[in-house]
Ligand binder design. Structure first.
Ligand SMILES: Nc1nc2c(ncn2[C@@H]2O[C@H](COP(=O)(O)OP(=O)(O)OP(=O)(O)O)[C@@H](O)[C@H]2O)c(=O)[nH]1
Ligand SMILES: [Mg+2]
Length: 339
């Protein structure tokens, strides 16, 4: 066993920090393989939503609440939109200062390098390291409402989508995709005007979505497909996401949020249901890793000049992009299947 893996399993925070850096640099494959048997115990909570809705404040409040319940907490902040690792993270650090000095809490910001897919992989691996390190709860904060969040959020066992008042009846303001991934909706800043209206708008949207869930479309490997609701899907196997109100900066609504997360956990771990979700999650991860690994290998073997030439040819309309890809693949073919 690697020395640092051993140290991490013994509870060394330094080994943990070092391993997370290696994960970011994609240099932790052996360690991850050794750690894998020690994972699967943490409950991973994803927190996503538009900028400034109060995600970090909620993460802070949740972490404190879990600490009071005697649970250890790891926090991962991911910011795929920011090209820097400075600003936003420094802000988060300051907001989370209430937690510093507590050995039952570990906070980490993920550096944003590489592709979107790479970020999802890095985050997933980081969560695994924290899981193996023995944290009971792992909170993953991501900003925004795009595809990247959907990918990152797939790592979570329970996903919270945070909204703030001001949404009004403008249903368009709510990205449909974000509702799809929400296990629990939180209207934070409930001390502000319009919170009830936002709650109502969200509930309406959820119920609309729910009634059409008989035949609902799901994204699978990037393709939309219609899934028939099966006959033996007992009604209690549906999870209708609750809509809760919180005031993160005053700790209002936090116990109720903890309860809702607990209920979702019970629902997810029910026999059968948990394993079917797990099968899909593992399949998704394998496809994602396969795609990345093959692309990486392909790009490494690719002659950059060949690529430049094809780009020029496409520009001049001498060849179309798909035919160019066919040419590249035929030329690189042998290198893809080797080793
Ligand atoms: N009035 C009010 N302000 C809040 C509440 N929660 C957070 N805030 C404030 O809203 C601002 C943004 O909060 P953050 O927790 O940084 O929000 P965030 O979603 O993490 O922001 P980004 O990570 O930048 O997207 C801060 O000034 C908070 O103090 C709340 O419940 N009520
Ligand atoms: Mg934040």
């Amino acid at each position: 066993m690697l020395k640092e893996v051993d140290e991490l399993l013994q509870g060394s925070r330094r080994a943990l920090a070092r391993l997370l850096t290696k994960v970011e640099n994609h240099e932790a494959d052996i360690a991850l393989a050794e750690l894998f048997p020690h994972t699967g115990k943490a409950w991973v909570i994803g927190i996503t939503g538009s900028p400034g809705t109060g995600k970090s404040s909620l993460v802070n409040a949740l972490a404190q609440a879990y600490r009071i319940h005697g649970k250890t907490v790891a926090i991962v902040a991911v910011d795929p939109t920011s090209p820097f690792t400075g600003g936003a993270i420094l802000g988060d650090r300051i907001r989370m200062r209430d937690l510093s000095g507590d050995s039952g809490v570990f906070i980490r910001s993920m550096a944003t390098r590489g592709s979107l897919g790479g970020l999802a992989r890095t985050t997933r691996d980081a969560v695994r390291v924290l899981d193996a390190a023995g944290y009971d709860i792992v909170l993953v904060e991501t900003v925004g409402a795009g595809q990247s969040e959907v990918e990152i959020v797939r790592i979570a066992n329970t996903t919270l989508v945070i909204e703030a008042p001001g949404l009004g009846d403008d249903v368009q303001a709510i990205k449909a995709g974000i509702l799809e991934i929400a296990d629990i909706l939180v209207v934070n800043k409930a001390d502000r005007i319009g919170a009830n209206q936002t709650v109502r708008a969200l509930k309406n949207m959820l119920e609309l979505g729910h009634s059409t869930k008989q035949d609902h479309a799901v994204a699978h490997h990037g393709r939309m497909m219609v899934v028939q609701a099966s006959e033996n899907n007992a009604p209690d196997e549906y999870w209708l996401p609750p809509v809760l109100q919180t005031v993160a900066i005053e700790n209002t609504g936090i116990p109720e949020l903890l309860d809702a997360i607990d209920q979702h956990r019970t629902y997810r771990t029910k026999t059968g249901l948990a394993s079917s979700i797990e099968v899909r999650t593992i399949e998704d991860e394998l496809v994602q890793r396969l795609r990345e690994t093959l692309l990486e290998r392909f790009m490494n073997d690719l002659d950059p000049q060949r690529m430049q030439m094809l780009i020029q040819q496409i520009q001049q309309r001498h060849i179309d992009p798909q035919s160019a890809i066919q040419q590249l693949i035929t030329q690189n073919n042998t290198s893809i299947v080797k080793d």
